[in-house]
Write a protein that binds this ligand. Structure first.
Ligand code: NAD
Length: 456
């Protein structure tokens, strides 16, 4: 099928590559010429493991290209996917990007000679597709939903860092359909996929995405609340606590084909039941806030979601508290930060916990020196604007430091040894914001403290 995707970010481009390599012809619409040129040369404008290779393949076999011609491409498409951003502004969802593209798509539908389905892939609160997107499509096309075009909401569940695999081999595809014809037409795009397809009303599809993201965010904030209790209790390490919790058969069954570790299956969701410095990125923070605001608008009291958000907002400060508990004086000290991105295997810095932590340390008078394997000086303005310095290696960041804080669980940091820290640091105070090391670091002469464990 001929597919036009509006938005060449993590969702738009990865989805485009996946659909192009599954018997479709895809055009990815962007606004910046530089990004479009990069796509047409087979290079992703952002870091996502495995993407460049597959993008090159799709471009070379002419099943995918980038373009800035939205109306022209919509006009000739079977399906149009909307994958633009839906940020939160003042804690509420901002639909301006969706509204802008809905108008342009409407102009394309006006010129089209065949049936097209417009599907919203962006995360939007229930009601958006039918109450905001549809009226704009009808107004700008002068056509009515049904005969000339169809409407769907098709939420995306990919995870940055694992996006290619998630998109090529999804667990399920949820198709919210305005009518059966729209759903059946969209499903043709997924003909080569083998996972279950769920056909539901559009608002159910919109809500499914929020219920999913809010669940994972809840597991993280719950884990961090438990960490706070452990940190404040003498001699309790949250990592030991989670080991005891995880080995319950209801969480980690012992018979399965999937990931088996010590004869146990560790389902993916168990990794969210682990303490750290809080969730970040472009989804959980904004989606929990949008869901909270939506529930309030409905006259409900979203107690759990509100608390999930507030725990996450204050969790970075727990990391700062661990540093101050180990340093005589923060003012004038040199603090190394290892890891800036909100998680490993992505270059996404949106809502990364590193930002409020660096901000607070600088406010308290520290000199902050950072390293991240994928954040180059060119992309570092988010941290340098706060007054921190970015260097090229972990070793350089550690040089002469009074403390180091690990904020992203990159594989290269997991390999660092106690002797490495002792060799390069002035004072080996190690704050583990991701619990990637064990407290046995203490036996090697490291002053080790971490989320969910503070020695007394
Ligand atoms: P992104 O910010 O990486 O990409 C959005 C892109 O849309 C940007 O490149 C922007 O320039 C482009 N855009 C905006 N208006 C445009 C226009 N008028 N014409 C052409 N392009 C335009 O965002 P993302 O991370 O890809 O997320 C997109 C949507 O998918 C959001 O609603 C998000 O919540 C949802 N989502 C994201 C993820 C994720 O992991 N990133 C996962 C699932 C769902």
């Amino acid at each position: 099928m001929k597919i036009t995707i509006i938005g060449t970010g993590y969702v738009g481009l990865v989805t485009g590559v996946s659909l192009a390599l599954n018997n479709n012809k895809v055009v990815c619409i962007g606004r910046q010429t530089k990004k479009i040129d990069e796509i047409n040369e087979g290079r992703s404008p952002f870091f996502e493991p495995g993407l460049d290779e597959l993008l090159t393949k799709a471009v070379n076999n002419k099943s995918l290209c980038g373009s800035d011609q939205l109306i022209e491409n919509v006009k000739n498409s079977d399906i149009v996917l909307i994958a633009v951003g839906t940020p939160t502004v003042n804690n509420k969802i901002d639909l301006s990007q969706i509204e802008e593209v809905a108008k342009e798509i409407g102009k394309g539908i006006k010129l089209a000679r065949k049936y097209i389905v417009i599907a919203v892939k962006s995360t939007v609160i229930p009601g958006t597709t039918e109450k905001i997107v549809l009226p704009l499509l009808e107004k700008y096309s002068g056509k009515k939903l049904g005969k000339d075009f169809g409407l769907s909401m098709n939420p995306e569940f990919l995870r940055e860092g694992n996006a290619v695999e998630d998109s090529m081999d999804p667990d399920r595809i949820v198709i919210g359909q305005a009518d059966k014809k729209s759903g059946a037409h969209l499903a043709k795009m997924y003909e080569s996929f083998t996972c279950p397809l769920l056909f539901v009303p559009i608002k159910t599809a919109e809500m499914t995405k929020y219920a999913s993201n809010a669940l994972f965010a809840t597991l993280i904030s719950y884990s961090n609340e438990i960490a706070r209790i452990c940190e404040t209790t003498k001699d309790v390490d949250v990592v030991d606590v989670w080991r005891g919790v995880h080995l319950d058969h209801r969480l980690t069954p012992s018979q399965s084909k999937i990931v088996i570790k010590n004869n146990r299956v560790f389902p993916g969701f168990v990794s969210y039941l682990f303490s750290g410095c809080g969730y970040g990125g472009s989804c959980f923070p904004k989606d929990t806030k949008a869901l909270d605001a939506y529930a309030l608008e409905l006259g409900l009291e979203p107690g759990i979601i509100s608390r999930v958000i507030s725990i996450n907002r204050t969790q970075p400060l727990r990391v700062v508290a661990l540093v101050t508990s180990g340093l005589k004086k923060v003012k004038g000290s040199r603090i190394a930060i290892l890891g800036l991105t909100f998680k490993e295997n992505t270059d996404d810095m949106r809502e990364a916990p590193s930002l409020p932590i660096i901000n607070e340390l600088i406010k308290q008078g520290a000199n902050v020196v950072c390293h991240d394997p994928v954040i180059s000086v060119r992309k570092s303005s988010a941290v340098t604007d706060l007054g921190a310095i970015l260097v090229d290696s972990a070793q350089e960041a550690l040089k002469g430091s009074d403390a180091v804080i690990v904020l992203t669980g990159w594989a290269e940091y997991k390999k660092l040894t106690p002797s490495f820290f002792k060799k390069h640091m002035k004072n080996p105070l190690l704050i583990d914001g991701r619990r990637i090391y064990g407290k046995d670091m203490l036996e090697s002469g490291i002053d080790y403290r971490g989320i969910g464990y503070n020695k007394k």
